[in-house]
Design a binder for this molecule. Structure first.
Ligand SMILES: NC(=O)c1ccc[n+]([C@@H]2O[C@H](COP(=O)([O-])OP(=O)(O)OC[C@H]3O[C@@H](n4cnc5c(N)ncnc54)[C@H](O)[C@@H]3O)[C@@H](O)[C@H]2O)c1
Length: 267
């Protein structure tokens, strides 16, 4: 169901790898709601993923950018404004990758060089993205910037490894940059804390199936799907949420406020 909630708005969406990616669903929903978008991902993801298929379907362009490179980000936003003929109204950071998880290094056997790379890709890239947008004056007043996060930023989920600290850092950047973007440009910045979701990044976490099923049972509404997350992102990019900023917003079927659900115990 489309309501033209984003009619006339322009945005950049990071992180659509394949049709399971949350960013893929967000891109589809934004276009359905009347937005003009540019897609981006790391050059390596362009080779292995399916982003070009999505771009064709949505009749939009893909600009490669490694989100850890300030040069790539500057090029991305400058070209996006040229292509779309004006400043942006929204941007989605949907990027996460842990080198230690990928290489099977546990939390008490971390390789710090990899940890720093993980923080750079999964969190500092969000600061870089916002700093570049601000310096280029690339966002219209009342624009909306979002990043996706997970509740391991607040609570302990042992197998989430160093991604827990990445998410805590990411959420903190949203609060701190939210102040600066709000006072200088009336732009809002928030994070959406999403339920476990079956994607390439999600299913890379050890024991993901058990983890997914547990959260599903624990949440009164069940796990929020990627499609539902896309709807929420559209709402956050729309003019109906203009005064929401510097928040970590749970989109998790109620999981974050549960203590015990008898369903988990089979009662
Ligand atoms: N899947 C889940 O269970 C879940 C739950 C909560 C939050 N999230 C968050 O949602 C976001 C999107 O993940 P997803 O689950 O859709 O998985 P995904 O694997 O589809 O997306 C992750 C994306 O990050 C991109 N990326 C990696 N390194 C990059 C770099 N250097 N520059 C630019 N892009 C880079 C990848 O190419 C990929 O497109 C992540 O921040 C993730 O942590 C996921």
């Amino acid at each position: 169901m489309a309501n033209n909630l984003l009619s006339g708005k322009k945005g950049v969406i990071f992180g659509a790898l394949d049709e399971q990616s949350i960013a893929w669903k967000v891109a589809e929903r934004c276009v359905e709601e009347g937005a003009q978008i540019v897609l981006t991902n790391a050059p390596v993801a362009l080779r292995f993923g399916k982003i070009n298929e999505l771009a064709e379907k949505l009749n939009t362009e893909v600009i490669p950018a490694d989100a850890t490179s300030e040069e790539d980000l500057e090029n991305l936003f400058t070209k996006s404004m040229e292509i779309m003929g004006g400043k942006l109204d929204f941007a989605l950071h949907s990027i996460g990758m842990s080198i230690n998880v990928r290489k099977n290094r546990g939390y008490t056997d971390i390789k710090y060089e990899w940890m720093q790379k993980t923080f750079d890709i999964s969190a500092i890239s969000f600061h870089k993205m916002m700093q570049t947008l601000l310096k280029l004056d690339a966002v219209n007043d009342w624009g909306s910037i979002l990043a996706l996060t997970y509740i391991a930023g607040q609570r302990t989920f042992p197998d989430y490894n160093e991604m827990a600290e990445s998410k805590a850092l990411l959420e903190s950047f949203a609060r701190s940059f939210g102040y600066h973007f709000g006072t200088q440009k009336k732009v809002r910045v928030n994070t959406i804390s999403q339920s476990p979701t079956w994607t390439t990044a999600g299913s890379g976490v050890k024991g993901f199936k058990e983890f997914f099923d547990y959260a599903d049972k624990m949440s009164p509404l069940g796990n929020a799907s990627a499609d539902a997350c896309a709807d929420y992102c559209v709402a956050m990019f729309s003019d109906f949420t203009k005064m929401v900023t510097m928040q970590n917003l749970y989109h998790d079927g109620g999981f974050s406020n549960m203590g015990l659900n008898p369903a988990v115990l089979g009662m």
